[in-house]
Design a protein around this ligand. Structure first.
Ligand code: GLN
Length: 191
């Protein structure tokens, strides 16, 4: 669990409930000891800055290149995007997903909402998704695939190899399937 800033505890609770051993990653030595990384929601500019200060940016990029499974939610999706449409001055991402993300695509914090999404890859039951100043996938490159779309057709969940990212917060609505999918990748990679 990348624990520099943002909604760390909700993810920890969910991962714990699914039987995972959860370790907080704040330094490169801690990253070296894990088999997968969850990047939480929060403020992507702040997480990126703290990661750089902690000397984690390079090691996270290396881990992504080496195929470490990662799940990013909201700010986590922004940080896993190869490019941003509207990067803040100097804002960098870890990259890995062949997408261009657009930050704050659903308006302000007060316009947060919950909705049900059909996610064919996750079975019949719709996904209850909480959007809190969430991003959107503005464009999808050939290496990434769309897992979920909002009612208006905009892409809000993507997958590429061992990387999984959602523009919404499954950890806030008791939606376990994304974390289960991530843990499946972690177990496969660690086996
Ligand atoms: N708007 C935030 C950002 O740009 C993301 C919001 C969230 O993670 N809930 O990082």
């Amino acid at each position: 669990m990348l624990a520099l800033q943002g909604g760390v505890r909700e993810h920890e609770r969910m991962l714990d409930g699914l039987g995972a051993t959860v370790v907080r990653v704040r330094r490169p030595e801690e990253l070296a000891g894990v088999d997968g990384l969850v990047i939480p929601g929060g403020e992507s500019t702040v997480i990126a800055r703290l990661a750089a200060l902690a000397g984690l940016t390079g090691p996270i990029r290396v881990a992504i290149g080496a195929g470490m499974p990662m799940l990013g939610t909201c700010a986590g999706l922004i940080l896993l995007a190869d490019a941003l449409e509207d990067a803040a001055a100097g804002q960098e991402t870890f990259g890995g997903l062949d997408i261009v993300a657009r930050r704050n695509a659903f308006g302000a914090q007060t316009e947060s909402f919950e909705t049900l999404l059909d996610v064919p890859d996750m079975g019949e039951e719709p996904v209850r998704a909480a959007f809190i100043r969430g991003p959107v996938v503005a464009s999808l490159g050939p290496a990434a695939s769309a897992l979920a779309r909002h009612d208006d057709g905009r892409i809000v969940a993507v997958e590429q190899g061992a990387l999984l990212a959602t523009a919404f917060h499954p950890e806030l609505t008791g939606e376990t399937r994304f974390h289960e999918r991530f843990l499946g990748q972690v177990r496969a990679a660690a086996a």
